[in-house]
Design a protein around this ligand. Structure first.
Ligand code: DQA
Length: 148
């Protein structure tokens, strides 16, 4: 089984980007932890970060052909703007969990609206890097249920 982890713009800077808000854990740290956890269940975790909306859309479209069974996505700034990335997820119809490191409800009002939440299996925010691990546990449990 395969799980795709998508990271939107500026998340390549995790670790040094506004550490008071986003923490000091890097994207590489997050990926390593997720990979190790998934390996124990013989599940493949692939991570993809892009600062470009079209590249994220292309990656979602490719996931359908690669038989990815679950997506964990932090759309970052595109959370609040991207109808196109939302449409891509709807098109491939792969279940996803939306993750935000920060508590988007405790920040600027424009961060409260997400183009992804109403179609997500679930939404995690404010738990920092741990949110990705929580999303992964959920995805793994879903995959276990799907297996006979
Ligand atoms: C974010 C929250 C977004 O509002 C912001 O644009 C980000 C990161 C988070 O993980 O907390 O880039 O998705």
């Amino acid at each position: 089984a395969r799980i795709l982890v998508l990271h939107g713009p500026n998340l390549n800077l995790l670790g040094t980007r506004e550490p008071d808000i986003y923490g000091r854990t890097t994207l590489a740290d997050i990926h390593a932890a997720m990979e190790a956890r998934a390996k124990a269940e013989a599940v493949l975790v692939e991570s993809f970060q892009s600062n470009h909306e079209g590249q994220l859309i292309d990656r979602v479209q490719a996931a359908a052909a690669e038989s990815v069974s679950f997506i964990i996505i932090n759309p970052a700034g595109y959370t609040h703007t991207s109808v196109a990335l939302r449409d891509a997820l709807a098109a491939v119809a792969i279940p996803y969990v939306e993750v935000h490191l920060s508590n988007v409800h405790a920040r600027e009002p424009f961060r409260r609206h997400s183009y992804f939440s109403d179609r997500a299996a679930g939404v995690i925010c404010g738990l920092g890097a741990y949110g990705y691990m929580a999303a992964l546990e959920f995805a793994l449990s879903r995959l276990r249920e799907a297996q006979p």
